[in-house]
Design a protein around this ligand. Structure first.
Ligand SMILES: [Zn+2]
Length: 452
């Protein structure tokens, strides 16, 4: 099918231009002013709208196994919410059981993701150091997985001790991949959690108190130092605090391959959300926890200065009844919240419209940089030859975010009541229209596994 998008304003990370886009065979065939309309072409008038590359969320957890269940979005419901919000590619995770082969776990995860509407890939997590794992990492890279996620928290389940972490850095660095790291000092946090609980403190407010800023910043500092030692590129996921930025800045200035991601919740929400009833506070139990206003502000600045490279969501929703598992013990509250649907509208409303970031920066953070760092070669830009993943963004519509109207599969929304402006009016993935006038036009699960 041929598609012609006329009269829109194209926003790329590096430039803004008014031009038409002609799409053929799933790709952007050419871009120029005043392309003639011919018969049999599907014409879209984008007058007054922005044309942006499809969003790429570098960090989501669909159907994530946790003690006592799974995160509440599966690949179908989660990717449906994503595409309605203008995101056409998702980076999820492969988390094997201890001693399970990475290849086998990757294979299983690919089967689960087959119902995805968006395209997808995975970061693969070594959770231990078993015999043959070096070959498995090499095989993953051959199969198109270039990033490996490590957890420095959650030591009793998937977290790595320093010895294994170093082995992962050494191997991935040698093979030309990148390590993505959840940075929190696991031991210290475990100790604080146990102390609070033993003193009878069970409320969600003890979740952030047991994970203070320095537990993230110290882990960031040591992860960067070790990555430097083994010459392995490192990508710090969900940076939440200004203390971490200091170490990111030093290492970037020194020319080390260090990259950083933050999420809308760390830009827009504060730790005052942990004051109140269990029902009102448990939705915000996520790791790292929400921080202070000055952290939000420092992170906004870091988006512009380039210290932060990408904005992902860490989408990992649970329902209120799932959160209730921790009603007597904050340690048992499943960690995580949804957000994959709202990333573009939140960054547009709270960033672009308040002049905190430019339109081009918005595109860079939400699509271009994730594509570049995660090696999605045919995504992240509106240029000739790229995949025809295009969002026609209407800057006008107003919305109030609510769990009553969102498409994420949960009865919680951490942005409940947020007023937004701007919306994904039309979403095209691989030249096919998935969203039209803000509504789902088709929900065919034809997402592809992307090799990177
Ligand atoms: Zn995560």
């Amino acid at each position: 099918m041929e598609l012609l998008i006329k009269n829109g304003t194209i926003i790329n990370a590096d430039r803004t231009e008014k031009a038409d886009i002609f799409i053929k065979n799933g790709k952007i065939a050419f871009i120029r002013a005043n392309i003639d309309v011919h018969e049999n072409v599907n014409l879209i008038n984008a007058e007054g709208k922005f044309l942006i590359p499809g969003g790429i969320d570098p960090h989501v957890h669909m159907h994530l196994p946790v003690p006592g269940g799974f995160s509440s979005d599966d690949f179908y419901t989660g990717s449906r919410a994503a595409i309605l919000g203008g995101t056409t590619t998702l980076l999820d995770f492969v988390t094997p059981h201890k001693s399970q082969s990475l290849i086998e776990a990757l294979h299983q995860r690919k089967l689960e993701a087959e119902e995805s509407i968006t395209d997808y890939s995975f970061h693969v997590s070594p959770v231990d150091w078993h015999q043959g794992i070096e070959e498995e990492i090499a095989q993953c890279i051959e199969d198109g997985i270039s990033s490996f996620k490590v957890y420095l928290a959650y030591l009793d389940t998937i977290g790595l001790n320093q010895e294994v972490f170093e082995k992962v850095l050494k191997t991935v660095g040698r093979l030309g991949g990148m390590v993505t790291a959840h940075c929190e000092t696991g031991k210290e946090i475990e100790k604080k959690r146990t102390e609070y609980f033993n003193k009878g403190f069970t409320h969600p407010a003890y979740h952030p108190l047991s994970r203070p800023s320095e537990t993230e910043a110290n882990a960031v500092k040591s992860a960067i130092a070790l990555a430097g030692k083994y010459n392995c590129p490192i990508y710090i996921v969900h940076v939440s605090t200004k203390e971490s930025l200091k170490y990111i800045e030093q290492s970037k200035n020194a020319g080390q391959a260090v990259f950083a991601e933050t999420c809308p919740q760390y830009l827009l929400l504060e730790d005052s959300m942990y004051q109140g009833s269990f029902e009102h506070t448990s939705p915000y139990v996520m790791s790292p926890p929400l921080r202070k206003k000055e952290d939000n502000e420092a992170l906004w600045e870091a988006l512009n200065s380039g210290l932060i490279d990408t904005v992902g969501t860490d989408h990992c929703p649970f329902t209120l009844s799932q959160k209730n598992q921790g009603i007597d013990d904050f340690r048992k509250i499943p960690n995580g919240a949804g957000g994959v649907e709202h990333r573009l509208e939140l960054l547009y409303t709270c960033g672009v419209l308040t002049n905190k970031i430019s339109l081009n920066k918005w595109v860079e953070l939400c699509s271009t940089k994730p594509a570049e760092l995660l090696r999605l070669k045919s995504k992240g830009k509106i240029t000739v030859g790229m995949d025809a993943d295009i969002v026609i963004w209407d800057p006008e519509p107003e919305n109030v975010i609510s769990s009553q109207t969102h498409h994420q599969n949960t009865d919680i929304n951490i942005y409940e009541g947020f007023k937004t402006r701007g919306k994904a009016d039309t979403v095209i993935k691989n030249a096919r229209i998935f969203v039209e006038k803000g509504e789902l036009a088709t929900d065919v699960s034809n997402g592809s596994f992307l090799t990177r």
